[in-house]
Design a protein around this ligand. Structure first.
Ligand code: GDP
Length: 298
């Protein structure tokens, strides 16, 4: 685990440095809280989560009678970990055969890569996976998924230029017929003009439900951890349209600021099943609130 934690820490280094810097040679006074406020906002934490954290921190400082800045830093780590803890949840499969997982996300968020990683993760756990290439609008998306399927030696249901809902319907039925443990449905992240993305995704969800009245069992959204408040806006709008059950937050190894997870925890606490910490198949990790909080503080 130290390998991925290193990547996460490296990714959040800038944020960590600027938050950590506020504590250096600092007194516990209003100036410290003001500097922290600025550092948290700069880290994409958002106004609501920042206010919450600072109030919580003041409470903790008071009740512990903390007397130096180093202690306050530890208390902030506790506050962040407590805020993020409700997001800790693991993806459970096996309650339904197949477990149907619909995966959404805007183009570029890292959806296809995450599906590849997720497939590997599930295969490592001994699950058989069937992929559904329901992004039929983008030839490149289909091809990319075929590459991932090949690399993972999993089966794929795909139909060039086909109807996304029909592909999804067929895939769920194929998953049932072939006794697969998981059907992963890759959806479009952008559509040609005139068709509304959310309508398309809702249709896929409806049709999947027709193939299996208990499905989809999970609706995941992949978001780019670098996109800050925009990622939060995506979470809200996809959740309103589809009812999300989980998130995959990618690119936390890069130049991510990381605070967006606090904003999500405060404003739309949808579990973070996985975080992406690199471009390789194995760069997918489960989310740990305490470790993340520590990485965020440098
Ligand atoms: P999609 O359009 O949402 O399917 O996005 P892709 O899966 O094609 O990913 C877009 C780019 O982001 C690619 O260059 C990926 O290699 C890269 N990427 C995806 N996830 C991660 C991650 O966790 N870390 C890093 N550094 N890059 C990632």
């Amino acid at each position: 685990r130290s390998g991925w934690l290193g990547k996460l820490k490296n990714g959040l280094r800038k944020t960590g440095n600027s938050i950590a810097a506020t504590f250096v040679n600092a007194q516990i006074d209003d100036a410290l809280y003001e500097e922290l406020e600025e550092a948290l906002l700069m880290a994409d934490t958002g106004v609501k989560a920042t206010e919450h954290l600072l109030e919580d921190l003041r409470r903790r400082v008071k009740s512990t009678m903390a007397s130096d800045a180093a202690q306050v830093k530890l208390l902030l780590a506790d506050a962040i970990a407590d805020l993020l803890r409700p997001l800790e949840k693991s993806l459970v499969i096996g309650e339904h055969t197949p477990t149907v997982i619909m995966v959404a996300g805007v183009n570029g968020a890292g959806k296809t890569t995450s599906i590849g990683k997720l497939t590997k993760h599930l295969a490592n756990e001994g699950a058989s996976v069937l992929l559904a290439a329901a992004d039929t609008f983008r030839a490149a998306a289909r091809e990319q998924l075929l590459v991932w399927a090949d690399r993972n030696t999993v089966e794929i249901v795909s139909q060039e230029g086909g109807d996304p809902a029909a592909v999804s319907f067929d895939a769920v039925n194929a998953g049932k017929a072939r006794g697969k443990d998981v059907v992963l449905v890759d959806t479009a992240g952008r559509l040609p003009t005139q068709i509304h993305l959310m309508d398309e995704l809702k249709k896929i969800k409806r049709v999947v439900n027709r193939a299996d009245p208990t499905a989809p069992h999970e609706v995941l959204l992949v978001i780019d951890g670098n996109t800050g408040q925009n990622a939060l806006a995506q979470v809200k709008s996809f959740d309103e349209a589809l009812g999300l059950t989980g998130l995959v937050v990618t690119k936390l190894d890069g130049t991510a600021k990381g605070g967006v997870l606090c904003a999500i925890a405060r404003e739309r606490p949808i579990p973070v099943y996985f975080i992406g910490v690199g471009e390789k198949l194995e760069d997918l990790e489960t989310f740990d609130a305490r470790e993340f909080a520590q990485a965020l503080l440098g």
